[in-house]
Design a protein around this ligand. Structure first.
Ligand SMILES: [Zn+2]
Length: 316
């Protein structure tokens, strides 16, 4: 009887490969550098070699399947990474390559979806049916689970929560649009908003904390400044939380989820971001759906991706 799944979290910088039991516990994991400057064949070969290391003491019959979570546009049905800017890959049939070596079901989905699936099964979403995950990092990632299934939309494009418009003539986003939530809440955009405010001549201890080099401003720096009641930092968090709240209120009204699970480094700001976020949500979400939803922090941290990827194999 199968006891394990193999999860692969394929990022632009690192690859984590793990042997995960059916209760979502990692039995053993290997973390390696992606070496994205090498070609796809090299990276795939490295993944296969490391999978072989992980299963060295396990018989094939004990492996239920393998799953991959990768950043970029994924054709989940064909098992192809269509485009990954981080890996510089186009149309790589990674599932086919893995299946040649590992004679078990192999599935792939994008990193945000598999991380959400991990949280849904074994993290902050355990025991629910419908959740939305939001990851607040450099960008703003998202995943949607409806009735226990990853919601991918017509062509796999669903869950791009960071690109909800929160300001009609707002800041330019990396996607080319204006006023996306990511253009206010993404870590680099928070930094840029801070720099813009400083350049209007406002006084703030932020400049002192980063020793004058404004490119070093991070959400962590702004947390520190807010701790000292710096007005500009407090204002930035206030606005960031508000824009996040506008986006989440729309999601609550559309999906009526049981939980919204928030993870990622920017979420470490805690009440600085969650207080204005909750205030905005309460103002903007419709009463029925607001009553049902719990907004909580993610539990699995960076392991959500590899655990969710492993469990993909059992999802179909
Ligand atoms: Zn955008």
């Amino acid at each position: 009887m199968s006891k394990y799944c193999i999860g692969v979290d394929l990022g632009g910088t690192n690859i984590t490969i793990a042997l995960v039991d059916l209760k979502g516990k990692i039995k053993e994991k290997i973390k390696i550098s992606t070496q994205a400057d090498r070609d796809a064949n090299f990276v795939i070969k490295t993944i296969i070699e490391n999978i072989k290391v992980l299963v060295r003491n396990i018989s094939c019959s004990q492996i239920a399947g393998a799953g991959i979570g990768a950043a970029g546009q994924i054709d989940h049905v064909k098992g192809v990474i269509q485009f990954s800017p981080n890996l510089h890959w186009r149309n790589i049939a990674i599932v086919k390559e893995l299946k040649k070596e590992c004679h078990v079901p192999v599935l792939i989905d994008n990193d945000a979806n598999v991380a959400c699936y991990g949280e849904y099964l074994f993290g902050a979403g355990k025991g629910t049916k419908s959740i939305i995950c939001v990851t607040l990092g450099t960008g703003v990632g998202g995943g949607i689970i409806i009735d226990g299934k990853i919601y991918r939309g017509a062509g796999g494009g669903a869950g791009e929560i960071g690109h909800i418009t929160v300001e009609s003539k707002g800041r330019k986003c990396n996607c080319g649009n204006h006023g996306c939530m990511e253009a206010y809440v993404g870590a680099l955009h928070i930094r840029d908003r801070c720099i813009e405010k400083l350049k209007t001549g406002r006084k703030s201890i932020i400049t002192k904390i980063v020793d004058g080099s404004l490119s070093k401003i991070t959400p962590k720096v702004l947390e520190e400044a807010a701790f000292y009641k710096d007005e500009l930092a407090l204002e930035l968090w206030q606005e960031t939380g508000m824009y996040l709240g506008i986006g989440l209120a729309s999601l609550i009204n559309i999906f009526n989820p049981e939980k919204i699970i928030i993870g990622g480094g920017v979420a470490n700001a805690g009440k600085l971001i969650s207080d204005p976020m909750m205030k905005t949500i309460k103002e903007r979400a419709l009463a029925v759906s607001l009553h049902d939803v719990k907004i909580v922090r993610a539990k699995l941290g960076e392991e959500a991706g590899v655990i969710g990827a492993a469990m993909l194999a059992l999802s179909e």
